[in-house]
Design a protein around this ligand. Structure first.
Ligand code: 5GP
Ligand code: ZN
Length: 112
């Protein structure tokens, strides 16, 4: 399968790793939108949030468990934002579900 994030998970494409466990990988976004910008992905290929079901939804929980650990190790005490873009209108550009974890600046709300 021709999936950019599967290739990063397999090590075929290099990335700057932030966190890894049995279920998820987090690496630095190549085009950071904040002083800290990680991409957290489940290692299993899931195309988007539309593909989440009762069998794989635990992986979303694993992503958030990883985020809490990253917040601690990266000293993100001031807070952070997690974003999932889904589909064309959602602004998803890579077809492997991923969660942007951004910190180090104040974010606007509602998001534009
Ligand atoms: P999306 O736009 O699908 O929500 O997010 C995809 C993210 O992947 C973007 O923020 C983009 O900068 C990042 N990205 C795209 N290609 C690469 C790459 O080869 N390496 C890394 N580390 N990030 C990438
Ligand atoms: Zn994939």
């Amino acid at each position: 399968m021709d999936c950019l994030f599967c290739k990063i998970i397999d090590g075929e494409i290099s990335s700057s790793k932030i966190y890894e466990d049995e279920f998820v990988l987090a690496f630095k976004d190549i085009e950071p939108q904040a002083p800290f910008h990680a991409v957290i992905v489940p290692k299993e290929h899931i195309a988007s949030a539309n593909e989440i079901n009762s069998f794989n939804s635990f992986l979303v929980a694993k992503v958030f468990e990883a985020a809490a650990k990253i917040a601690e190790s990266e000293h993100l005490e001031r807070g952070f934002r997690i974003v999932n873009n889904c589909g064309e209108d959602g602004g998803q550009s890579v077809g492997h579900i991923h969660f942007h974890m951004m910190a180090g600046r104040q974010f606007a709300w509602p998001a534009g």
